[in-house]
Design a binder for this molecule. Structure first.
Ligand code: NI
Ligand code: MN
Length: 228
């Protein structure tokens, strides 16, 4: 069994695991680097880290068209319900739930979470997914560096997907420190090169991480996949 991770640019990921298609932070139509549009997306589950427009993205349209179940924090799930989304599961920080695709826990993220219409979006989150074959994938969401990444790392992370763009999230230097706390086997950097404001040299960052931490960094192009 394997898990395939596809990066659609920015913070949008496809995770195909145990025959289920998950989309994380489904931001397609407004995403200048996504190779596909929202109406091409297939999904069984949509996972949303926080309320910002570049993460909630096209989730309402995709959920209605595909009947995918949306997973997010309680406040965002309630808000989506008011927009007509029928299948949704609310969790909160530190809480996990066993889904058919694996065990999903919401983790701390240092960020904001206001929804596109200004509604309160609860606390921002990251996701720690334990797949059916016991692979651990940590998707940090939008966040600054925080010491408790050490606790997340203690679970034994196979793959960490972390932001490096700076300005809104960790930049390259703090993302390197995050890798040192997390000690994952593999890393995929995201939330960079969407706009000039978060332009970064992914290859240079990867080289530095490899040299200082020794784990493997996979710098994807939008549309590329990595198989864990
Ligand atoms: Ni954000
Ligand atoms: Mn963001």
């Amino acid at each position: 069994m394997s898990t395939q991770i596809t990066w659609y640019g920015h913070a949008t990921l496809g995770v195909n695991t145990s025959g289920y298609q998950l989309i994380i932070d489904p931001f397609f139509n407004g995403n200048p680097v996504s190779p596909i549009k929202a109406d091409q997306v297939q999904a069984d589950y949509l996972l949303i880290t926080h309320g910002h427009g570049d993460h909630v993205g096209d989730s309402i349209a995709i959920a209605k068209r595909t009947n995918a179940e949306v997973i997010s924090n309680f406040e965002i799930v309630n808000w989506l319900g008011k927009q007509g989304v029928k299948k949704a599961h609310g969790q909160h920080l530190g809480g996990g739930f066993q889904y058919p695709f694996g065990y999903l826990k919401l983790t701390l993220a240092l960020h904001g979470s206001a929804l596109p219409d200004g509604s309160y979006g609860g606390n921002p989150a990251g996701f720690l997914l334990t797949t059916i074959d016991q692979k651990k994938i940590y998707m940090a969401g939008d966040t600054g560096l925080f010491w408790d990444m050490k606790l997340i790392g203690e679970e034994g992370i196979d793959l960490a997907v972390i932001p490096i763009g700076d300005n809104y999230t960790m930049g390259p230097k703090d993302a390197l420190r995050a890798v040192k706390l997390l000690q994952p086997k593999h890393v995929i950097p995201i939330h960079f090169n969407t706009w000039d404001l978060i332009a970064q040299d992914g290859k240079a960052w990867a080289a530095r991480v490899k040299e200082e931490v020794g784990c493997r960094v996979h710098v994807l192009q939008p549309g590329d996949s990595y198989t864990l």
